[in-house]
Design a protein around this ligand. Structure first.
Ligand code: AP5
Ligand code: MG
Length: 209
């Protein structure tokens, strides 16, 4: 099964992807996580991406398409994969269609004001990538990852200002993908305002249907 997850910043793409990979034994590919890894390692790509990401813009199509094209050829993707945060532009979607045939595009729909609240309350594990929320999904021990015990951190782009810019970028550049996949007949839309478990139940039911 080959899936893409579309949704505004903080809609719950990463949260849902982690549930779906366990259920369906899929490889997990988050372009945001891959870029953050490059930034933290200080690679050439990371240095190019750093300021763009912090300001809430998008890394160039050319760069990100090359990364994904390499990643989906790896062995762990043979059984299928979930792409979280790719494609984000129509150019990326068209290139992806040239690479593989997708089974489903899941759109997690959620309103901007609530997403801003989620962004500023999010805590992330820098080691295993688990995502928490001080309001809706706190870790059992404050500031510590439930999964691996690492200290939780806040993403550099999880400020109010960068959050607003990321939402604007989403509406301008990524939201047209909803129509793109609707036309292909593979779009499944889910209400991102439901609880985490309800969202995953709805997606799993659709994928198993
Ligand atoms: P990326 O890392 O993909 O960030 P994003 O799209 O802004 O999405 P987030 O990771 O913020 O949110 P999410 O939907 O994963 O939500 P989460 O599950 O964590 O990209 C970062 C940057 O990299 C981009 O801005 C861009 O610069 C660059 N980039 C990446 N891909 C690119 C591409 N293809 N092209 C160009 N540039 C690219 O949940 C959020 C919070 O809400 C958490 O605290 C969580 O606990 C909570 N939560 C989740 N679900 C629920 C729920 N149902 N109810 C209540 N709380 C919930
Ligand atoms: Mg994410």
């Amino acid at each position: 099964m080959r899936l893409v997850l579309i949704g505004a910043p903080a809609a719950g793409k990463g949260t849902q992807a982690r549930k779906l990979i366990d259920r369906f034994q899929l490889a997990y590919i988050s372009t945001g996580d891959m870029l953050r890894e490059e930034v933290s390692r200080g690679t050439e790509l990371g240095n190019k991406a750093k300021s763009v990401m912090a300001s809430g813009g998008l890394v160039s199509d050319e760069l990100i398409i090359a990364i994904v094209n390499e990643r989906i050829k790896q062995d762990d993707c043979k059984n299928g994969f979930i792409l979280d945060g790719f494609p984000r532009t129509t150019v990326q979607a068209e290139k992806l269609d040239e690479m593989v045939k997708l089974d489903k595009a899941v759109y997690i729909n959620a309103p901007d004001d609530i997403m801003l609240e989620r962004i500023t309350a999010r805590e992330t594990c820098p080691k295993c990538g688990a995502s928490y929320n001080k309001i809706s999904l706190p870790s059992k021990k404050a500031g510590i990852c439930d999964v691996c015990g690492e200290g939780l951190t806040q993403r550099k782009d999880d400020t109010l200002e960068a959050g607003k810019a990321r939402l604007a970028t989403f509406h301008e550049q990524s939201e047209p993908l909803v129509e793109y996949y609707k036309k292909q007949g593979i779009l499944f839309e889910v209400d991102g305002m439901l609880g985490v478990e309800e969202v995953s139940k709805a997606i799993i039911a659709e994928l198993e249907a």
